[in-house]
Design a protein around this ligand. Sequence first.
Ligand code: SF4
Ligand code: SF4
Ligand code: SF4
Length: 250
Amino acid sequence: MSAKPKLAFFSFASCEGCQLQVINCEDELVALLGAVEIVNFREAIDERRDDYDIAFVEGSITRPEDEHEVKEIRERAKILVAFGACATIGGINAIKNFQPQEKVSQYVYGDQAATFPSYPARPVHDLVKVDLKLHGCPISKSEFLEACKCLLAGKQFTVPNYPVCVTCKLAENVCLYQKGMTCLGVVTRAGCDPMCPTFGNKCIGCRGLIDHPNVNAAFDVLEDLGLTLEEVTKDFTMFDGCHKEITEKK
Ligand code: SF4
Ligand code: SF4
Ligand code: SF4
């Protein structure tokens, strides 16, 4: 019998909520563990092994020592998956990119700031080649499980490259714009089973922008509705503050 593929989970600057989503796959974990061996997963097991095939990397890169570690993970893994918004687009951590870094460090670490050097948050693909991005804050359990099935079968897993609006319409939701609200679903990547609009909340872009979004049109619509450029930019940079098309509008 051939050995099971080995999975490992790593985290950089993050809340580790995406890893928690894996543990939350309670109904499917037994089947998953029948198909793979997990050799590194600080949140769930004591074992630490470096002989993994697939590495799931959560978190953004914010410290000099992160760079060395993520490069080592890349060298060891056959497949590297950026796992969650922090890893794929910078996520919440990138909010600090819009403040002077010294001020941020002093706010968090006080007079010990020099002991904890950090720089603006960057997504994992800025440092190493990423084979697959699983988006969201947190990641979607069903998308994670589907991606695992594909990876284990040697098939390509394709993340949606159309906006949340498409799935929102399929769910027969009344558009929030018709209720006088705003929503970033028009340019945000689908795949979340339009969780926020379905429950009456605006999409705040946690899955990042689709490829080739018409950011200018989205900004125009939101500004026409009375939002200032600053307010629109704040909405877009809550998760996607590393995206050039957005930051260049500031
Ligand atoms: S993407 Fe969200 S849930 Fe996942 S680690 Fe980052 S902050 Fe936590
Ligand atoms: S509520 Fe948001 S996601 Fe749904 S259709 Fe309207 S803009 Fe699109
Ligand atoms: S609707 Fe938008 S903010 Fe909400 S989970 Fe989906 S992508 Fe994230």
